[in-house]
Design a protein around this ligand. Structure first.
Ligand code: ATP
Ligand code: MG
Length: 398
């Protein structure tokens, strides 16, 4: 009977003390995820993470949530038992396979992969595999053995208990998210930035997010959309503090005092400056944007050169070399796409110039910026007046 779930993680890439940290983080993140679903025991046994349901909780309920936990490469529903006699192992294996593939399964090729931690066990691994294999052939006469390219692999592992499993449900891979690594995501309502944040989170980085809101030019619905996107990303990345930055006064000032064709680039430079301050407050060590080379006027090499120049913190643009279609595919996979394409305007689209400069000159931009009204104070005020919305694993807390 499927009474446990074996968690496979990227074992090869992590060694020594890192492995320890990796496992402990992953276990913590798994526990946090499962706490909302039911009661589960999560334990580390001889280099494996194993999950057992308690108090009537079910394995089926946790597959989908665990498919949103970074660091897991596969989930194997397993039968676990203590009686390690060959009779019991064979009986449990057949029962397990019937649960996985049905009472009268379709013909497949298979092999048995046996391991034993207990070297005193009377049979060696090959003998165990042969014995289990022949019982499978008896139970499913239309199955056949193929040790090189089997369609089904049946694992029989004798450790402190016996583990039998055969299906591997894919996980996301990546690294477990750690609060010791944090980056600040500039999150607009578009398709790209949620994907950019997700990609960095996949490498084990916790996120905070920053949204520039130009109320009333951008509506509450535009803001709600961004909150929803952050909520969806937080299902993977854990906790997100979302800063909603009041941006109207600054945008109007830019609009009034700077040349039309430089509006976008100056706005983006100020966004970066505000973001850097918020990132520092949050203890983040990098900024992340959804920028993508050549998509729009503000995303040429020259424009990004000018935008980047205002901050010293590293700016990561994980989508820089992607085609739009590739980004859309990830957005669909991580379930942000439908929200991103809701029609509400964001501040960039409202104040955008008709013919933005595609090859801005830094000196000319800096000169235009001197016309702004006390921009240092305006930046400080925007940071301090930001509203903070807290998200935790897919829930909006406040
Ligand atoms: P997206 O799909 O993420 O909106 P985009 O292709 O529309 O990206 P731009 O609108 O030029 O591109 O924005 C580039 C990046 O700047 C965004 O990916 C995002 O990281 C950041 N950004 C733009 N507008 C905002 C905003 N209102 N609040 C926060 N970040 C923003
Ligand atoms: Mg956008």
């Amino acid at each position: 009977m499927h009474n446990g779930l074996l968690v496979k993680y990227g074992e090869i890439a992590i060694k020594g003390n890192n492995r320890h940290q990796f496992e402990n983080l992953l276990i913590r993140n798994i526990k946090e995820k499962l706490a909302k679903v039911g009661t589960y025991k999560v334990s580390k046994e001889q280099g494996r993470i194993f999950i057992e349901p308690e108090n009537g909780s079910s394995i089926d309920d946790i597959i989908a949530p665990l498919q949103k936990v970074f660091g897991i490469i596969g989930l194997c529903p397993a039968s676990v038992f203590t009686d390690d006699s060959m009779e019991s192992i064979c009986e449990q294996t057949i029962a397990h396979l019937k649960e996985d593939y049905g009472e009268n399964p379709a013909p497949v090729t298979f092999k048995v992969e046996a391991r034993r931690a207990n070297k005193k066990y009377p049979l060696n691994s090959l003998q165990i595999a042969a014995e289990v294999g022949s019982k499978i052939l008896e139970a499913f006469p239309n199955w056949s053995v193929d040790v090189h390219h089997p369609q089904v692999t049946v694992w029989t592992e004798l450790r402190n208990r016996v583990y039998v499993f055969s299906k591997v449900i894919p996980g996301l891979g990546g690294m477990p998210v750690s609060s010791h690594n944090k980056a600040a995501l500039l999150l607009s309502g578009g398709i790209d930035s949620p994907v950019a944040g997700w990609m960095i989170a996949k490498r084990g980085v916790e996120l905070c997010a920053i949204y520039f809101h130009a109320h009333p030019y951008t509506t509450d619905r535009a803001k709600d959309k961004v909150v929803e996107l952050a909520r969806r990303v937080s299902e993977y990345s854990g906790r997100i503090n979302l800063y909603v930055v009041p941006f109207t006064d600054i945008q109007l000032d830019i609009y009034d005092r700077c040349p039309q064709d430089q509006l976008t680039i100056i706005m983006r430079r100020i966004m970066m400056r505000i973001s850097e301050k918020i990132a520092e407050k949050e203890g983040a060590m990098a900024l992340i944007t959804g920028e993508n080379l050549g998509q729009v006027a503000s995303q040429t090499l020259q424009s990004m050169y000018c935008t980047n120049e205002v901050c010293t913190m590293p700016v990561y643009r994980p989508l820089i070399g992607f085609d739009k279609q590739e980004i859309v595919e990830i957005a669909q996979k991580i379930d942000t796409f439908e929200t991103s394409i809701l029609p509400y305007e964001d501040c960039c689209t409202i104040f955008v110039a008709k013919h933005p400069e595609t090859k801005p000159k830094l000196e000319s931009i800096k000169k235009s910026e001197t016309h702004l009204t006390d921009i240092e104070a305006a930046i400080e005020k925007a940071v301090n007046d930001s509203e903070i919305i807290k998200l935790r694993l897919g829930e909006v807390l406040e």
